[in-house]
Design a protein around this ligand. Structure first.
Ligand SMILES: [Fe+2]
Length: 678
């Protein structure tokens, strides 16, 4: 047992996909991290050793200093174990450990960080724990009552609680059976039969051919047309949303790549429009029903569905709740926060310590001076006292800036600590950043940050949106003045910037306003498509060197590329979809002779399919949906080496195990040929 007077440490850890860990010190968050930021693999989950060690190292403590660990994992992982657990965990039997269920962890993540004293709490997501694993259904709150032997087949879909007097009381919990039996259609529930989040994910996978970011559907929706699909996706009755299945046979053409989506853009945009509207209808119905079950002024809202910024603005405007707080890491990455707060409040019976509102929960890296020498000859930079004023000037001159300050944001949005910034007045910025920096789809909008006190000047918005999780309309008189942060329907997903929470970013916006008269900046996360947000200064510099960002501001250092480094490394998207495709098509007869369908996986996060089986060779981003004869997996740095000398490097990399090839052994011989066409 620890000495009296020492801090009380509670660690929360989440082990399913989007794993994370969070350390509370005397009831306050001192550090939290998503596992993907460490492993550099999107949505990383399973074994929590990396994330837990990050938290312990930050605080300079060992596991023996922990008073309590609270964990969560869905799909029976805690009870039954799972291959995701591979590798030893850091805890031993002397550390008290409590396991809680999924929606309870979501709920506590919102309670712990909400600005309210009393509130109701709502979780809506894709799929939580099964009914037999839930520890919060003892009071007759479940809307499903299957016989005991079937309880393991019913999963949490939404849960509503009341929080008052430091105590959480479940009010209503809805469950759905597993979605087995209706997977004959390309767009079908992916997990539970009737969950709103599960169906949104299914629609996103239909349109974007992957799990990467269901939120892209929300960005595509404004390109769709009303009335193309007029049937109902959900049946709404008795306060519950049920997924109908009579529409599923209408959707038989899932996109397998961005190229396919682009070729039928209006078809997929119309689907996105319909799905978004139907999902909004279901969310509002459920929320109205929950309000009737237990009215309150303050709603704390979480779960993956709470990331739908368009639906969230409608909750503010159209429901009876007066105030809305959305926990910014609303998807499963936020569950570690909830586990930690559950431990503090429910297990240790401690009073909630109000959260500051800051989501900058990562550790700082005060090592720029140590890091820069490693990049000698590639970048040059020096500290500057007036780095904020200089950055504002560069932005006003049209430069794109990588802005890296202090500890990283926890959650999916960059809020001014790991951001790519640009001038919102310049219409060309959107296409330039999408195609030359982030390598993502051209329809995707960018969001604005704005000084909190100026928000209503530019936007039809009388609420704060500190976490970029609410949309508002841009006022008509400003629409032509900030074209790069306005979506097709004149909306914008806003971040209001508060001086005490984000002092440097606030200062930057203020300095930009002094020069330009406008206190708005384009703000997007410091990563490219498929990559977790950069965590360390080294990752920021590597990224900077691999794209067309103009300037990197690392703490107070202004960093530029050495002249000969500019564009020396070719971005992957250009390399595959322009250079390689061009080379193969120029040599189509030889490529056809080579034959086969190849899938190239780069660093485990990006894939391209090269089809040499047809008359005209094709290269498309994405996996090949089972047509592959050969799969080649390689790290990006090794791939760059391979391109310099395909003949020799392929052999070297293969022998050292750095290039993995599945499929026909003969295919090994094809690798240098594949990348040798000019
Ligand atoms: Fe969840």
């Amino acid at each position: 047992m620890k000495n009296q007077g020492k801090p009380i440490y509670v660690l929360g850890t989440h082990l399913s996909h989007d794993g994370s860990a969070c350390l509370l010190k005397d009831g306050r968050i001192c550090v939290a991290i998503e596992k993907e930021r460490i492993t550099r693999r999107k949505h990383a989950g399973g074994n929590d050793a990396d994330a837990v060690k990050y938290c312990l190292d930050f605080e300079g403590i060992s596991v023996r200093d922990l008073d309590l660990v609270v964990q969560n994992a869905n799909f029976g992982m805690v009870k039954q174990g799972n291959s995701w657990w591979a590798g030893p965990r850091v805890f031993d039997e002397n550390i008290p450990m409590v396991t809680i269920s999924h929606h309870l962890a979501h709920a506590y993540s919102a309670i712990g960080t909400a600005p309210f004293d009393e509130m109701t709490v709502l979780t809506i997501d894709g799929c939580g724990n099964s009914l037999d694993e839930c520890i919060d259904v003892d009071q007759g709150v479940a809307l499903e009552n299957p016989p005991p032997h079937l309880r393991h087949l019913y999963f949490e879909k939404d849960s509503y609680y009341q929080f008052a007097g430091n105590k959480l009381t479940p009010i209503v919990k809805d469950f759905s059976e597993w979605g087995i039996g209706i997977n004959g259609y390309p767009m079908h529930p992916t997990t539970t039969r009737h969950s709103i989040g599960g169906l949104y994910l299914a629609a996103s996978m239909y349109v974007f051919s992957g799990f990467e970011d269901p939120g892209k559907l929300m960005g595509l929706a404004p390109y769709g047309r009303a009335g193309v699909y007029d049937f109902e996706m959900f049946e709404l009755k008795d306060g519950r949303a049920f997924v109908r299945d009579d529409w599923m046979s209408n959707f038989k053409k899932p996109a397998r790549s961005w190229t396919e989506l682009k070729a039928n853009f209006q078809y997929y945009a119309d689907i996105a429009y319909w799905v978004q509207k139907e999902v909004e209808r279901a969310i509002l119905y459920v929320i109205d029903s929950r309000y009737d079950a237990c009215p309150s002024e303050n709603l704390a809202y979480t779960g993956g569905v709470a990331l739908n910024a368009v639906a969230n603005a409608r909750i503010i405007k159209e429901t009876k709740f007066k105030n809305l707080y959305i926990q910014p890491a609303a998807a499963d990455n936020g569950l570690a926060l909830g586990c930690a707060y559950y431990g503090w409040m429910e297990v240790l019976k401690k009073e909630r310590v109000k959260h500051s509102g800051s989501m900058y929960l990562g550790k700082s890296y005060a090592t720029v001076a140590d890091v820069l020498p490693k990049y000698k000859g590639k970048v040059r930079g020096a500290p500057a006292d007036d780095y904020i004023a200089q950055t504002a000037q560069l932005l006003a001159e049209g430069k794109t800036i990588g802005w890296f300050q202090d500890g990283a944001e926890f959650g999916p949005r960059a809020l001014g600590h790991r951001s790519i910034l640009a001038d919102p007045r310049k219409p060309e910025m959107r296409d330039f950043i999408n195609s030359r920096i982030k390598f993502r789809e051209d329809f995707r909008p960018f969001a604005p940050s704005v000084l909190e006190e100026d928000c209503s000047t530019y936007f039809d918005c009388d609420y704060d949106s500190p976490y970029m999780i609410l949309v508002a309309q841009v006022r008509p008189e400003w629409r032509e003045k900030m074209p790069s942060v306005i979506h097709r329907d004149n909306s914008a997903r806003i971040q209001t910037v508060n001086k005490s929470i984000s002092p440097k970013y606030y200062e930057l916006l203020r300095a930009f306003k002094e020069i330009t008269g406008i206190s708005v900046l384009l703000n997007t996360s410091f990563n490219r498509k498929g990559m977790p947000i950069v965590e360390t200064p080294e990752q920021a510099i590597d990224f900077f060197l691999d794209c067309e960002l103009d300037v990197l501001v690392l703490d107070n250092y202004i960093i530029r590329k050495e002249e000969f480094q500019v564009r020396q490394e070719v971005p992957l998207t250009k390399l595959f979809t322009e250079d390689l495709q061009g080379a193969l098509q120029r040599n189509s007869v030889e490529a056809r002779k080579l034959g086969g369908v190849y899938q190239i996986n780069i660093s485990g996060v990006r894939s391209w399919t090269i089809d040499l089986s047809k008359e005209m060779p094709s290269v498309v981003e994405g996996r090949s949906n089972g047509r592959t004869q050969t799969t080649i997996s390689i790290e990006e740095s090794d791939f760059n080496a391979l391109l310099t000398d395909p003949e020799n490097e392929s052999v070297k990399l293969y022998r050292s195990g750095k290039i993995q090839i599945e499929g026909s052994p003969v295919a090994v011989m094809n690798v240098p040929k594949l990348f040798g066409f000019k």
